[in-house]
Structure formats: structure tokens, C-alpha cells
Design a protein around this ligand. Sequence first.
Ligand SMILES: [Zn+2]
Length: 211
Amino acid sequence: MSGPVAQPAAKEELPLLGEEFAVEFANSLYRSPHEHLDFLATPPAVRSWFSLAQPAAGLTLPREVSAELARDLRSVRDAVRALLEHAAAVRGPARPPYGPETATAVQTLHASARRARAHLILEASAGSEGPGWTLSHEGPLPDVLVAATASRCILFLGGEDIGNVRICARPGCPMLFVRRHRARRYCHESCGHNLRQARYYRARTVRTAAQ
Ligand SMILES: [Zn+2]
């Protein structure tokens, strides 16, 4: 299958790994040698992704997702994807330098984050999970969504986990993930399994041909 994804109907159809927002968001573009799938290609696709992706919880979609909003979200996604790929190529452990080669992507994130005014709110309830603060934006909903999306990406890119971002080790698989265990090389066990199977068949074919 190739081309834009009009409207994925179910969570299972989305490339979600249970990662943090910035990584899941970057994975909404799946470009491999065989497939080019954009899970934010159209306004309905944007609505599906934001409603079904668990880390997008707390982000409010306007009632109407315009083609312009979908395009602006795709630019934020493309920027964070470029910066995460850069981080994966630099391969931690510290924060990667965001130098001249990443300047355009950084500018896109900054311009997007500036689209709505923001302030921090201290969480009043004790014992709840997650950080003890919320970043709150104000303004028209499309601006708030773009700004909040970019801000979440910036927080991740400047955070502690950035040095552990990796691209799946299966050749051609574009999925990004955060390596929390040293042994993890694949985005999903199915990728490791497919690769082992391919190697097995290749070895067998070579052996059979040599006989
Ligand atoms: Zn993979």
C-alpha cells in the first residue's frame, strides 16, 4: 500500500508503539523503500490520529479540522521527525547538537510554539501520575493545538530521553522509539522476527542453491 492514508478507523491501523507524544507524532509519517504512508494526510486522518493516539490526550481538536490546520500540524510533525532522526543518528548519550543542519526544523517548532500564549499551572492534587504541572495555552483552538503540539515536541527534544532515541534496526523500517533497555534494537518484536525469518530463508536458499 502506498500514498496518503485517508482515515484510519481503528487504533490498530495506526503506527503507535506506546512511546511519548513527540515520538508517536513523528511516527505518523511512515516512509520506507516500499511504502509511503502519511497518517496526517487529510483533516479526517488528523482527527483519527489525535483521537486514537493515547499520548495526544489533553490536546483539544477544533470542531472543524481545516486543510490548513492539517498542513500546519504536518509541518510540526516533519520538523520533529527530522530532529529525532538527527538525534538517532548522533546516538546520545547526551543531548544532540541542534546545529545549522537542523536550523529550519528548529525554526518551524519555535514559530509553531509561538502561535498561542502559554503559562504553567501547578497541579493542585497530590499523588497523581505524571509531572506536577501543566502547560496551558490560550487563544483560538487551531492556534492552541499547533502551539501545544510544538511545545510538547520541544519539551521532549530538550529532555533527558532524547539521547536514547533510535531508528528500528530492521532495514527499511522508519519507526523511531526510545531505547529504555540496552538490548532493544527493533521498534516492535515483529520487526526482529521478520528480519530473523528473512535471514533464515536467505541462508536456506543459498544452501539449497549450493547443493
Ligand atoms: Zn521496525
